[in-house]
Ligand binder design. Structure first.
Ligand SMILES: Nc1nc2c(ncn2[C@@H]2O[C@H](COP(=O)(O)OP(=O)(O)OP(=O)(O)O)[C@@H](O)[C@H]2O)c(=O)[nH]1
Ligand SMILES: [Mg+2]
Length: 304
């Protein structure tokens, strides 16, 4: 299956919602205040933020009434405008032929898809790389087992501590192992919540500081995993995690399960942080490098 078909097939909830409602709005084949108002309401319902909606409406306003196929021109105009917003945020974490080792710390609220995303990434890059996976989610035993099974499947090295051990101390030990044994990547899974009243973000800052203290040579990527079905509530999470943890990239999961995929555009518009992958299902191959063009055309049901 081509990369574009994958986008198109798995973003159908959002694209069905958007394209069918936009088609409905422009039944009159006119671009006037009424159709623009209807379009505005459709875009807002897909969890696209107001400032972005305004930009999009302004671009559609310029569509000439003389156009033969108004709806198609409207969809093309929207796709282009959305692509312009998304384009600067495209970013690959694993660049081909880039041999520099990296430490990747995955953060995000519970259930956002951190552990699954790590599993998918490791399955995709294991052939060319020596990977150490560290289970710094010490909150639940099941979390450690879940990560271990992905490590086993991909034949990656696995490091874990004890249940309820301080996550930063597990990260410390894992980084020591990483330093000594010549790995390409250290991938750190963290908990989305903690057993005591410790503030999650403070605990993660501590973990990151510990890692950078015992390894100040390797680049640390902090990757924020967001649950796409949360729609515009994802914004709150970027606000909470983004600044204090100096997040270097965002991954949005579960976009196969929501009609609110438009929220991704709001995030791209609001923050400088790039988007590296999107999750379009539960299988390893369902984690896909983010592409501005594929995303913007798919959610409007247009061809590649
Ligand atoms: N449909 C779909 N499901 C996904 C995707 N990514 C993750 N999931 C599912 O979401 C659920 C939660 O994923 P986890 O990886 O356990 O989430 P987590 O962030 O590690 O959660 P905690 O460990 O509790 O903090 C699992 O059932 C995953 O299979 C995706 O892209 N699409
Ligand atoms: Mg987890």
């Amino acid at each position: 299956m081509s990369l574009f078909s994958k986008f198109k097939n798995n973003l159908q909830k959002t694209s069905n919602f958007l394209s069918s409602n936009i088609l409905n709005s422009f039944q009159s084949k006119k671009v006037d205040s009424q159709t623009l108002e209807e379009l505005e309401s459709v875009l807002i319902s897909a969890d696209i933020s107001l400032d972005v909606v305004e930009k999009l409406i302004n671009s559609v306003r310029k569509v000439k009434a003389s156009e033969q196929d108004i709806t198609n021109v409207v969809l093309e105009t929207l796709a282009k405008e959305i692509e312009v917003i998304l384009q600067p945020k495209e970013r690959e974490i694993f660049v081909e032929n880039d041999q520099t080792p990296k430490i990747l710390i995955f953060v995000g609220v519970n259930g956002s898809g951190k552990t699954t995303t790590i599993g998918k990434i490791v399955s995709q890059i294991r052939d060319e790389n020596k990977i150490l996976i560290a289970a710094c989610d010490t909150f639940r035993a099941a979390a450690i087992d879940q990560l271990k099974s992905w490590a086993d499947k991909s034949k990656s090295d696995f490091f874990s501590g004890n249940i309820n051990q301080d996550p930063a101390s597990v990260a410390f030990q894992a980084t020591e192992k990483f330093n000594k044994e010549g790995f390409d990547y250290l991938i750190i899974d963290t908990a989305g919540r903690l057993s005591n009243n410790t503030n999650l973000v403070n605990q993660l800052i501590k973990l990151k500081n510990v890692v950078s203290k015992i390894n100040d040579k390797t680049k640390i990527e902090t990757i924020l995993v967001l649950d796409g079905t949360n729609g515009s509530n994802m914004i709150k999470q970027v606000d909470i995690f983004g600044k204090e943890l100096d997040v270097t990239s965002i991954i949005i999961t579960k976009l196969d399960g929501t009609a609110k995929g438009g929220a991704l555009i709001s995030i791209a518009n609001k923050y400088e942080i790039p988007i590296s992958y999107i999750g379009l299902g539960e299988k390893p191959e369902d984690l896909i490098s983010f592409s501005a063009k594929n995303f913007s055309r798919s959610i409007l049901n247009l061809e590649a």
